[in-house]
Write a protein that binds this ligand. Structure first.
Ligand code: NDP
Length: 499
């Protein structure tokens, strides 16, 4: 049955999907200047879900002009308290429309509705509330200066944190709404204006969010939303000479392209890129918690998480037991369409992603890996793949070194903390890591040595608006969420007065 005739879907969702998704520029919704559109697909069926305006260079240019005008106009003049209130209002509106957003996210991305309801939408609401509070707390410092070549002179010197200006934001498809919130929240709290480009696979929640932004009363042009393709709209945004900063989440490969494009006007760049995170289980861990934690570290969001615990290192003496436990959990996961109430894992986001994950499985098997659970795609409708545990893997294999971005974990035994650290750190990425042990000193000793932006001890995938997130090495530049994210969206101005 097609979405348009589904009896179970909220009428607002059906109505929204039935309209062609438009572009939001300067507070007004329009078609793309070229008149072109693209289709977004339901990953559970492979059928077309909705049609969306395909913005490109001309639309990006109009959006940047609108953002500049708003930055220099009403938004720039607004008090920080009023800015904070608007962001809070947006959070309230989003919360009021939780069910609608959860459904849109599930339809467009494929994830289970139960997860969109308890994770994606509430985390986005919470992020906006957290950032609303920061709007009034962007402070500088007063600095006592001595100036050795001006003996006897007196100065008053202070710093201010000012918005960077017009910010381009390019987001991925794995947590479409939440990634929009992670990007918009700190940018708006610090007084910037934004041009946001959602991913072509999942543009719907960002477009609907644009409607709530208008309803909340943000001045025209503060947030402009331009759906479109990466190589056209995304590339134009990263290269635009009047964009002051670009914030990107996605693949390391595209992160490099963005850096090159940004070089033209040396715009500031923050990047949240790939990962291949080690999850280390010691023999002295709480075994039940470690097995459950290792399974959810990789299978949450179908492994389509940049921080997925995709390299599982298990102390030799408990290797078989943990592999068996994680494999049993993998086999029990109910895979199905995200809208089915008992679904625990939905489809991958696209045919391209399904092919990519299946390609990695083939590569692993051809190099000698064995699956103790899963190992292949499911059926011929939609983009489903089995939750998979691979053993007989070694450090050099592609499946151990490269980001798969699917529900595939490699399990490798280790002897002790000293021997696991070098292999855990020997990867181009450094986004996250997990440690499972009851020995608290060992946990912190190992945490200190792991080259990763986040280390979870006896837990995994714990996110909070207050907790900074981002990567070492090729996992990116800068941090999102928390106080640290505000630095990416502000310039420091030093003001020095002779008294
Ligand atoms: P991409 O990096 O291509 O997509 C992320 C965003 O970048 C999308 O909005 C995309 O637009 C945009 N984009 C693509 N090309 C350009 C460009 N030349 N200039 C500016 N923006 C561009 O990721 P994929 O969707 O191709 O996924 C590939 C792999 O990337 C995954 O398998 C995974 O390993 C990794 N990835 C990592 C994520 C993370 O959270 N760190 C999230 C998603 C993917 P559009 O989609 O419209 O082309």
């Amino acid at each position: 049955m097609g979405i348009a005739t589904s009896p179970t879907l909220d009428a607002r969702v059906i109505n929204f999907i039935g309209r062609t998704g438009k572009i939001l520029i300067d507070g007004k919704w329009s078609e793309a200047a070229s008149g072109k559109t693209f289709d977004t697909y339901n990953p559970a069926t492979g059928e077309i879900l909705a049609r969306v305006a395909a913005g490109d260079r001309i639309d990006i240019d109009r959006a940047v002009k609108a953002a500049r005008k708003a930055f220099e106009g009403p938004w720039g003049r607004m008090t920080s308290s009023d800015r904070g209130k608007l962001i809070w209002k947006l959070a309230d509106l989003l919360e009021q429309h939780l069910e609608e957003f959860a459904t849109l996210e599930t339809l467009d991305n494929g994830k289970p509705l139960t997860i969109s309801r308890v994770a994606d939408v509430p985390l986005a609401v919470d992020l906006f509330r957290y950032m609303a509070g920061w709007a009034t707390k962007i402070e500088g410092t007063t600095i006592p200066i001595s100036v050795p070549y001006a003996p006897g002179a007196k100065f008053l010197a202070y710093t201010k944190r000012e918005p960077v200006g017009v910010v381009g934001q390019i987001i991925p498809w794995n947590f479409p709404l939440l990634m929009a919130a992670w990007k918009l929240g700190p940018a708006l709290a610090t007084g910037n204006t934004v041009v946001l480009k959602p991913a072509e696979q999942t543009p719907l929640s960002a477009i609907r969010l644009g409607e709530l932004i208008t309803e909340a009363g943000f001045p025209e042009g503060v947030v402009n939303i331009v759906p479109g393709l990466g190589e056209t709209a995304g590339a134009a945004l990263s290269a635009h000479p009047d964009v002051d900063k670009i914030a990107f989440t996605g693949s390391t490969e595209v992160g490099r392209l963005i850096l090159q494009a940004a070089a033209g006007n040396l715009k500031k760049v923050s990047l949240e890129l790939g990962g291949k995170s080690p999850n280390i289980v010691f023999a002295d861990s709480d075994m039940k918690a470690a097995i459950g934690g290792a399974a959810s570290a990789i299978f949450f969001n179908h492994g389509q998480c940049c921080c997925a615990g995709s390299r599982l290192y298990i102390e030799q003496s408990i290797f078989d037991q943990v592999v068996e436990g994680v494999s049993n959990q993998a086999k029990k996961i109910k895979v199905g369409p995200g809208l089915e109430p008992d679904t625990q894992m939905g489809p991958l986001v696209s045919k391209e992603q399904l092919d990519r994950v299946c390609g990695y499985l083939e590569s692993g098997f051809s190099e000698g890996a064995k699956a103790t659970a899963g190992g292949k795609k499911i059926g011929n409708q939609g983009y489903f793949v089995e939750p998979t545990v691979l053993v007989n893997t070694d450090h050099k294999m592609k499946v151990v070194q490269e980001e798969i971005f699917g529900p595939v974990v490699t399990a490798i035994p280790f002897k002790d903390a000293d021997s696991v650290l070098p292999i855990a750190n020997d990867n181009i990425y450094g986004l996250a890591a997990g440690i499972w042990t009851k020995d608290i000193s060992k946990a912190h000793r190992v945490a200190e040595k792991l080259r990763a932006g986040t280390v979870w001890i006896n837990c995994y995938n714990i996110f909070d608006a207050a907790l900074p997130f981002g990567g070492y090495k090729q996992s990116g530049w800068g941090r999102e969420m928390g106080k640290d994210s505000l630095e990416l969206y502000t310039e420091v101005k030093a003001v020095c007065t002779m008294l």
